[in-house]
Design a protein around this ligand. Sequence first.
Ligand SMILES: [Zn+2]
Length: 182
Amino acid sequence: MQKILIAIKDNFTRNLYKEVLEKQGYNILIAEQEDKLLVWTKLENPNIILIDIGFFRQEDFEKQFIKQITDKKIPVIAFAQFQTQENKERAMDLGAKDFISSSETSPAIVIRKVKILMGEQRTYQVGINLEDYDGLKLVKDILGRESITCPKCNSSMVLYLIRDLSQGGNYYKVSIKCPNCL
Ligand SMILES: [Zn+2]
């Protein structure tokens, strides 16, 4: 099940988002303190973290958190009460990919933003047939050779489609890799 870690100070807001996202079938983890946030991020591998821009009191914890989300590539949505320029800049400092505010973002929009970010992580592995259509041409263009046999392990390589919603609607990165060696 996909996990969302919520690190929001305000009880009411935290419970509201917890309830709304649980109804969508997500598993919700709550961090009320900085050290707990770091432990959950490390051990639970959440798919998304929802974080209050004012969550960190200690700079050291914040630095560790940013390193964790960067290393693990966990998308972060920043939360603030108001959508001011200052708050948005603070969200960017925290490495956030999106921003929500309790005064302007409805729960429905929060759900949409979460789903978009979940989708961003989606990868498809697609089989390649060199005989059909442009299979061979595509393999030649991407790999620079006419074979999809992995040079390391001799198994067939596959086409990887990686959805990248940060580039807009239906944007996919394409590569050909060996599923065993990657
Ligand atoms: Zn291989």
